[in-house]
Design a protein around this ligand. Structure first.
Ligand code: APR
Ligand code: ZN
Ligand code: ZN
Length: 361
């Protein structure tokens, strides 16, 4: 028997979101129904609403969530009813070429639930990133659920499901930040600040935060940056070089997604350094670089997708660090809101007023 729950729907390109009744079917083989407790508001939800990802409207938004497993379908062994879980949008398959080569972070054969949630009139919903968690309950693949210590607050835990994992993993998993490194992070929103926190956890000696907004830089200092650069008034490439003995940073994380900040990241690294691109550009953006600079500078240029995370490895470990007081996930929760406040939260996100707004159920 399908259950009726309230969910946030993006009905059409650019249209404001609205709350509708969603029918959540019983879990089939390999699936789970999760009672959502918290779900963060992410840029990607807004991109779906604006039609920037695809046109499979209507969408059921929300994908940065934690909750309790309510029921599971046949053959599910990963989780059981009552488990506290973080949802992930890339349940790696373990079977594809990338997985078999020991690089599951590149798995594109991800096991997400089939689209089976509908509106009352039978219209099929596309759940954002295969999750759809701005809803009281959602249907996912059991492999999208990672069991973590239930002592964690749902709002904090849910953030590991997307933004915080993307930023922290960009620094630690993709960039390989290690003890003593110098790190520069360009763009200190939720993602950049998570990269700063990850760099501190990994033992970076210098963490240089770059932003155009002094409030964001103040937050970055609180969360672990050792130096700040306001790139409105100071050339960040020169400042980063100066702060690293003239070399440039060992790891530079770009967390804005604009050509000028990609360029700054490229030139702010040490010759053997690593640039990690995590900010998402738009399709029309291009960047021209002298080939000699690409050739002559060595090091590496990497993009980071979902922080190259392995949910089953990273989520429980990061929740442990959080519960020990070593990873301040609560610092990312700028406000908690109701399901009816998602549209207003998009506006605050666009104005740069929050690290994260989190819907609590
Ligand atoms: N130089 C430096 N910082 C900038 C610049 C710039 N030219 N332009 C904007 N910023 C800063 C903003 O002031 C803000 O602090 O970048 C930060 C962006 O933060 P958010 O808007 O909160 O975005 P966030 O959620 O952190 O995501 C950043 O990563 O995953 C991607 O899609 C996401 O592209 C986005 C990026
Ligand atoms: Zn795979
Ligand atoms: Zn997201």
């Amino acid at each position: 028997m399908a259950q009726r729950v309230r969910g946030v729907i993006a009905p059409g390109k650019g249209e404001p979101v609205r709350i509708e009744t969603v029918l959540v079917p019983d879990p089939g083989p390999g699936e789970a129904v999760v009672k959502v407790q918290a779900c963060g508001v992410c840029h990607t939800d807004l991109h779906y609403r604006e039609g920037g990802i695809n046109d499979e409207f209507p969408f059921l938004l929300g994908h940065e969530a934690a909750g309790i497993v309510e029921s599971v379908g046949a053959g599910v062994t990963e989780v059981a009813p009552g488990d506290f879980v973080i949802l992930n949008w890339r349940a790696v398959c373990g079977q594809c070429r990338a997985c078999r080569r020991g690089r599951p972070q590149y798995c594109f054969n991800t096991h997400n639930a089939k689209q089976r949630m509908t509106l009352e009139d039978g219209t099929e919903l596309s759940p954002a990133l295969g999750i759809g968690a701005f809803a009281e309950k959602t249907l996912v693949a059991a492999g999208q659920c990672t069991k973590v210590d239930p002592a964690a607050s749902p709002a904090a835990a849910g953030l590991l499901g997307c933004g915080v994992m993307a930023g922290l993993g960009a620094a630690v998993n993709t960039g390989g930040v290690s003890r003593g490194d110098s790190v520069a992070v360009i763009g200190c929103g939720g993602v950049g600040n998570a990269a700063i926190m990850g760099s501190r956890l990994a033992g970076a000696a210098r963490i240089i935060a770059v932003d155009i907004d002094d409030d964001k830089l103040a937050t970055a200092l609180r969360l672990g940056a050792t130096h700040t650069v306001n790139s409105r008034s100071t050339d960040p490439v020169e400042a980063i070089r100066e702060l690293t003995g003239g070399h440039g940073a060992d790891v530079v994380v770009e967390a804005v997604g604009r050509p000028e900040t990609y360029r700054q990241a490229f030139y702010a690294r040490d010759l053997a350094g690593t640039v990690v691109l995590v900010g998402v550009p738009t399709p029309e953006m291009t960047l021209e670089l002298p080939l000699l600079d690409v050739f002559g500078r060595g090091g590496s240029l990497k993009s980071s997708w979902y922080g190259d995370c392995l949910p089953s490895r990273d989520f429980p470990m990061l929740i442990d660090l959080y519960l020990q007081g070593r990873l301040d996930l609560d610092a990312f929760v700028s406000e908690t809101i109701g399901l009816e406040d998602v549209e207003a939260a998009f506006a605050r996100m666009n104005r740069g007023e929050v690290l994260r707004s989190v819907v609590l159920f």
